[in-house]
Each structure stands twice: as C-alpha cells, then as structure tokens.
Design a protein around this ligand. Structure first.
Ligand code: ADP
Ligand code: MG
Length: 405
C-alpha cells in the first residue's frame, strides 16, 4: 500500500497543518554549518503555504534530553528557514505551551511558524507508549491535520513521528516521497555490482545493519569508527581508537557469513593514527596490523582510513553500478583526517550508475569538502532511516502513513 499524500487531506486553505520536519542540522557555536536538511524541507512547506494553510513546523535538534536547553534551540533554524523562504517565520519559545498556542493561533493563511525543539519535552522520546500518546495529544490540539516529512526520523517510534500521525488526519510530505523513490531503486532491483560503504561514529547502531545487508550487496566497505571493531575481530590491536568490544564476536560472525555468501567485506589495511583528538594532533599512517607501533603506542587514536585503503575503496566504488554510502570514513571535520572521506566522495561522483549519500554528517561532509549535491545521484537526509529501509525493516513512521513494504 502506498503512502497517503497531502492531497488526501483535502482542502487546506485556512486550515492549521502541523508539519514534522527533520531540521536537525549540524551547528557550531550557534551557527548552522550545513543547511541541507532545511533546504530539503522547503518543497512541502512551499506547497502548504501556496495552498493557503497555516503551517506549524515541529522538529527536534540534537539530544537535549527532555528539558529546555538554549544550546539546542531551533531559533537560528527558524531564521534560516525564513531566509530561504523569503518570508518572516514566527518562532514559538515552547512546543505545546502558551507561546506555541498563541503563535499558532495568530497565524494567517499561508503563514509559517516554527515551534521550539520537540525534545525539550520528555514525552517526545518516552519509552512508555501512554506518555508519548499524551504528548502527541497536546501537539494534536494545535492543528487540524498532520504532514510527516522528517524522513531522518521515520525509523523512530516517537510522539511527533508516530502517535501524532495517529491522532490527526495525516499524510506524507514531498521529501519523504522523494527519499522513498530513490531507496526503492536501491532495494527493488539494484543494478550490480552493488556496493555499500559504511563509516561514521554511531558504531553500535550501524553494526547491526550489516547482517541484513550481506544478502543484498556484492561488496561492503568498512571505514569510520566501526573499522576498529573489524580490525579487532581480525586479531589486531587498535590502541585507543573507537572500539565496541562486546561486538567483536558479532563482527567475526559477519566476516564468516560474508565469506560463505561470496560477499566481499573490505576492511582497511591502513589508518591515520593521531597523538590525540584535535586538528593540531601529530599523526602518522600505520598499517592495520601495527596500529600500536606509532610513537603514541596504546594511546594512539585511529581517526581516518589510510591512503592505501582510500585508493582501494575508491576503485571498488568506481567499478560499481549502485553505491550507497553512510558515515564519514574519518573525522572529516578536522583537516588532517578528511582525506579518506574526500576520496570516497570523489569516487562516488564518478560512479556510472546510481550513487546515494545518506546521513546527516555524511551529507554535511560532502558539502563541507566542496562537492555539489548535483554530483551525486541523491543525497538523503536520513542515515539511520535509509539504512533501516535498505535492511527491509518495518519503519513505524512510514507504516503509520499507510506504507507497506
Ligand atoms: P551520519 O550522520 O552520516 O549517519 P554518524 O553520525 O554515524 O554519520 O558519524 C559521523 C561522525 O563520525 C563524524 O562526526 C566523524 O567525525 C565521526 N568519525 C568518523 N570516523 C571516526 C573515527 N575513526 N573516530 C571517531 N569518530 C569518527
Ligand atoms: Mg550523525
């Protein structure tokens, strides 16, 4: 079954529509460093405003932990959204309180307001279904219908993603549609060879997906923080690099499964090891079987894949017809550790077929390194959500909108 569309909500002129966006952008000192997710939200907001709807935008930003915290305010995001839409955007200082109610009630047809960070409220991510439902009910009182467009969170059973969609007439926004069109191409019948590149720092989240991806792909390239759990599984010592000790056994299983299934898992043969975490850190290239032979011994930190690995990864990517990439290969935010991520991004731009980059930080990385969105087949706003979709998992935020895989 397909997703319910905005059209299914009927006439929207004069109606108050709540829109769940994913405006969780990377910030540094209160400044937005990559506004890709805000831009990706524009088509739906534009559509609703043209239809004469009164639009209340809700989103999370970071992980404030269920209480107000200035550092995670959406105020700067609302300003940026206003610049991009060429309109003044109202901002409410809370999510369901007096400020939100007044702001939304004051909207005229075609006007947009952004409400403060959903995660300032413990109900948004509560484990208890009833607590989430109660918070969703408070949100629902603000509007007459609901458009879910935060693709980056559709894998989460959270109040503004799931329970709110049950509480009001609801539909999927245009971003979710676009994202699913591309992901469908990656799952239905991907042209082969099909390579998935994994990296980043959410190691325990991402290791789990590998088991599901193995039967679907031809080649898996492992970089970023998770490479060290693979190297440990191969018997190497990894110094003070990111390591999920309790996952070593699982990873050993993946390596065996892959061999049996004829899937190639390429694990880095070298890494950039640093004296400490910082742009000023001293660093050397070390072979994967000698990561502790650097001047810093056991305290050395692996912060990027090495140049030999980068070259090997790039070749595998260029030879593929379908590539999905989630997770930077190293700490690209620090110049000395950006080369691996740059090499992988470069190779993706040369794929003769479909190349997709997914994940908040991965998307930010390719833009920060000077690539254009147009050089890739698609840049997805969702990392975890894309991966779970590719795994064939049931995504609560889509199913509640009528989706059936
Ligand atoms: P995405 O948002 O694309 O899904 P993640 O959130 O999982 O990606 O990870 C992004 C982060 O991973 C980046 O901030 C990057 O600095 C970090 N990272 C990559 N490689 C390493 C590493 N070897 N050690 C520590 N952090 C790393
Ligand atoms: Mg991230």
């Amino acid at each position: 079954m397909a997703l319910r569309t905005i059209e299914s909500l009927g006439e929207l002129s004069g109606k108050t529509v709540i829109v769940r966006c994913d405006l969780n952008v990377p910030m540094e000192d209160g400044r937005i460093t990559d506004d890709g997710r805000i831009r990706a939200s524009l088509p739906t907001l534009d559509r609703l405003r043209s239809a004469g709807a009164r639009v209340a935008v809700i989103s999370h930003l970071g992980r404030p932990g269920g209480a107000p915290d200035e550092t995670f305010s959406l105020a700067a995001v609302a300003d940026r959204l206003g610049e991009l839409l060429g309109d003044h955007i109202r901002f409410a200082a809370d999510t369901v309180g007096e400020s939100a109610q007044k702001t939304v009630a004051g909207l005229r047809d075609g006007q947009i307001a952004v409400l403060e960070n959903l995660r300032f409220n413990p109900g948004e991510t509560a484990k208890d279904d009833a607590v989430r439902a109660a918070f969703a009910a408070e949100l629902a009182r603000l509007g007459e219908s609901f458009v879910s467009d935060g693709f980056g969170v559709v894998h989460r059973k959270q109040a503004s993603v799931y329970e709110l969609a049950e509480a009001l007439p609801s539909a999927a926004g245009l971003l979710i549609d676009t994202e699913l069109d591309v992901l469908d191409k990656l799952t239905a019948n991907p042209s082969r060879p099909y390579t998935v590149v994994l990296g980043g720092s959410k190691v325990s989240d991402k290791l789990g997906v590998i088991g599901h991806l193995l039967p679907r792909v031809d080649t898996l390239l492992i970089g970023g923080g998770m490479m060290f759990t693979f190297l440990a599984a191969l018997g190497h010592r990894v110094g003070s690099s990111l390591l999920e000790k309790d996952q070593i056994e699982t990873v050993t299983g993946y390596l065996e499964d892959a061999k049996r299934m004829g899937v190639e898992i390429i694990v880095p043969t070298d890494a950039v090891v640093a004296s400490h975490f910082g742009a000023d850190a001293e660093h050397v290239v070390a072979s994967s079987d000698a990561l502790e032979s650097t001047p810093w011994g056991e305290s050395g930190l692996g912060l990027d894949i090495g140049p030999a690995t980068a070259e090997r990864f790039a070749a595998a990517i260029r030879d593929s017809s379908t590539v999905f990439w989630n997770g930077p290969m190293g700490v690209f935010e620090l110049r000395p550790f950006a080369a691996g991520t740059r090499a992988v991004a470069e190779a993706l731009t040369e794929v003769n077929g479909l190349s997709v980059v997914g994940g908040g930080d991965s998307a930010a990385a390719v833009r920060a390194l000077g690539f254009d969105d147009g050089q890739f087949g698609h840049i997805s706003t969702g990392g975890g959500a894309s991966l779970e979709f590719l795994e064939g998992k049931h995504l609560p935020g889509l199913e509640v909108l009528g989706w059936q895989a």
